[in-house]
Design a protein around this ligand. Structure first.
Ligand code: CP
Length: 326
């Protein structure tokens, strides 16, 4: 167990070592148990987290805000459009100034080619931890909740378990690639064999793919890429199927939508779930396009763990905050 995480940023999934992630998970379960028993756990009394959003959110905002209150502190909700950022506040100024007001700075900025750089520049100038609430490359706090949920459902020995990370069709908007990228980076560390499935136009970033292959090699796990959802789902222990935009092919929303619309059969339905093992679990970070990306019968059905997964956002983030902001 590595316990000295004070002052650390969490921007990319591999910023924390495997042992550090295990520490986060142990603390998360302790805090989850304390909350279930109604035991006070005000580990961050008088501390304040800035939550700076450049993009909308339901779960991330709610879970960070509730989590800080439960830890005895406060979270300040700040929307970029109501700040002076568009009038010239720079990343350096924000890091310097918010670093003096707050005890942690959490940022969601998913703009292509901008969000991750923005977070790193704020972190360089900040004296307090910067926590990534999602950028265009990573969604590390979603991924912590995901591994926590998988361990709760499948046990700590995940070696040999087949995890499918699949693209699924959505019509609402071109969603970031950050969730699948975080998953393929983090899950090999926990022994799972990852199968990534997507149509040809929905490739992930080459650098992330290289790192995922390296992780799989290091932890002696499988990592396969296929372009067929049915093939991927066969004998799966975990089906994590969500949409992302063809952003490596085009960033034009109209062109992207046209490409996306040619793969409407990539929906997680009962037939896909039936291809998995009898006790396969279905995961999704939400929001999902219901009856388009996933059927109601799956997302509300017996294999779905999406609400436990959403709940674990709060417990795992509380652990990160308690460890880094104390
Ligand atoms: N899963 C997730 O990040 O949800 P929100 O976009 O609602 O925060």
């Amino acid at each position: 167990m590595q316990t000295d995480l004070r002052g650390r940023d969490l921007i990319g999934d591999l910023d924390f070592s495997k042992e550090e992630v295990e520490t986060v998970l142990d603390v998360a379960w302790d805090l989850k148990r304390k909350r279930a028993l109604g035991e006070s756990h005000a580990l961050l009394r008088d501390k304040v987290l800035a939550m700076l959003f450049f993009f909308s959110s339901t779960r991330t905002r709610g879970s960070f805000e509730a989590g800080m209150a439960q830890l005895g502190g406060h979270a300040a909700f700040i929307e970029s459009r109501t700040t002076q950022i568009s009038h010239g506040d720079t990343e350096k100024e924000l890091g310097e100034i918010f670093g003096r007001y707050f005890d942690g700075i959490a940022i969601r900025h998913v703009d292509w080619g901008i969000g991750n750089r923005y977070q790193n520049m704020v972190a360089e100038a900040s004296r307090v931890p910067v926590l990534n609430m999602q950028c265009e490359i990573y969604h590390p706090h979603q991924c912590l909740a995901d591994i926590m949920t998988i361990i709760e459902k499948k046990g700590r020995d995940l070696r040999g378990k087949k995890m499918v990370v699949s693209w699924a069709y959505a019509s609402s908007y071109l969603k970031p690639v950050s969730v699948p990228q975080s998953l393929i980076l983090q899950m090999p560390r926990f022994g799972m064999d990852v199968v990534l499935a997507h149509p040809p136009e929905f490739k992930l970033m080459p650098d992330i793919m290289d790192q995922a292959k390296e992780q799989a090699k290091k932890f002696n796990t499988g990592f396969d890429v296929v372009d067929n959802m049915d093939e991927a789902c066969k004998d799966a222990d975990i089906i994590y199927a969500k949409s992302w935009g063809p952003l490596l092919t085009t960033q034009d929303p109209d062109e992207g939508k046209k490409i996306q619309d040619s793969y409407k059969d990539w929906i997680t339905d009962d037939a896909k779930i039936a291809l998995g093992k009898d006790d396969v679990i279905y995961m999704h970070p939400l929001p999902a396009d219901r009856e388009i990306e996933v059927t109601d019968s799956v997302i509300d059905g017996p294999h779905s763990v999406v609400f436990d997964e959403a709940e674990n956002r709060m417990h795992s983030q509380k652990a990160v905050m308690a460890l880094t902001m104390r």
